[in-house]
Design a binder for this molecule. Structure first.
Ligand code: CU
Length: 151
């Protein structure tokens, strides 16, 4: 299943308030990696697109399926890859930032249930502007990412 989630909360708000610029962030095919039984943590990937002419800064995230959600990046230290939480992730105006294995990703800490292929969970991104953007993320096995779907 493929889905394109277009979220633009501020489209109509601009009629009500001329002072606040409309900032929107589109999320494309956000998905969660299937977790193995007993896994404490999970990960989320996908693309974040900023169609506006202002940078969008993501300062946090949460989901009902996890105790906490952090934004992580992978860093290389002495040739070893490890990941660490970052305070904020900026999606530059008119650009796209990819969340992918080995790069930026959403880290779901303290899973309340196993992430099972086919399930969908709500993920909310919190922006520095105060906006909250909620999307549905489907659980997929990691291997499917490379091959998409058979046809
Ligand atoms: Cu991580």
């Amino acid at each position: 299943m493929r889905a394109l989630y277009l979220i633009s909360f501020c489209v109509f708000a601009s009629f009500a308030s001329a002072t606040q610029a409309a900032i929107s962030l589109n999320t494309d095919d956000i998905w969660l990696r299937e977790s193995v039984p007993g896994a404490e943590n999970g990960a989320g990937f996908g693309a974040l697109l900023n169609p506006s002419n202002e940078d969008v800064v993501i300062v946090g995230a949460y989901s009902e399926v996890a105790g906490d959600v952090e934004i992580h990046q992978h860093v290389s230290r002495n040739g070893q890859m490890s990941m660490e939480a970052i305070e904020a992730l900026t999606v530059p105006a008119g650009e796209e930032v990819k969340l992918q294995p080995g790069g930026y990703h959403l880290m779901l800490l303290g899973l309340k249930q196993r992430l099972t292929t086919g399930d969908e969970h709500e993920i909310t991104l919190l922006l520095a502007s105060g906006e909250a953007i909620t999307m549905m993320a489907e659980v997929k096995p990691l291997i499917e990412d490379a091959h998409n779907e058979h046809h």
